[in-house]
Design a protein around this ligand. Structure first.
Ligand SMILES: [Zn+2]
Ligand SMILES: [Zn+2]
Length: 137
């Protein structure tokens, strides 16, 4: 195990899934779509790295759920932590910043899918708020 080059370590709540990010991840994007709200219980947010930069050291309880035809979500099937999201045809992967061992040094940069936001919070932090699923839409 090369411990010299990782930037962040992370784990699920029960520590059965552990991973490292080998490059600095992006700032955090919060997604307010209905699926993200259901899987997280509130709304989901993620930082991103190249798939090759995510090293999963312990994955015995890591499960993947195909949440749509184009993507799947990784979670711990013991503690329920929502950890990863990946589009089948993308070379990057989304990682839940709450799973990282802090301090992360990350900041939330923008909101997406704001048209599907829940009615139990307010989007009033002054960050960009995109109605669709990308920062361009
Ligand atoms: Zn767990
Ligand atoms: Zn979403």
């Amino acid at each position: 195990m090369d411990v010299m080059t990782w930037i962040h370590s992370g784990r699920c709540a029960c520590s059965a899934v552990t991973f490292r990010l080998m490059t600095q991840p992006t700032d955090v994007i919060a997604c307010h779509c209905k699926t993200c709200r259901r899987v997280s219980g509130y709304y989901w947010a993620a930082t991103h790295v190249a798939r090759t930069a995510l090293v999963i050291d312990s994955d015995e309880t890591l499960a993947w759920w195909a949440s749509s035809d184009i993507a799947e979500r990784g979670f711990c099937n013991r503690c329920g932590s929502s950890l990863f999201y990946r589009l089948h045809d993308a070379d990057r992967i989304s990682v839940a910043p709450g799973a990282l061992d802090g301090p992360t040094g990350l900041a939330t940069a923008t909101h997406i899918c704001c048209a599907e936001a829940g009615d139990y919070y307010r989007l009033d932090d002054g960050l960009p708020c995109h109605s669709g699923p990308t920062v361009n839409g």
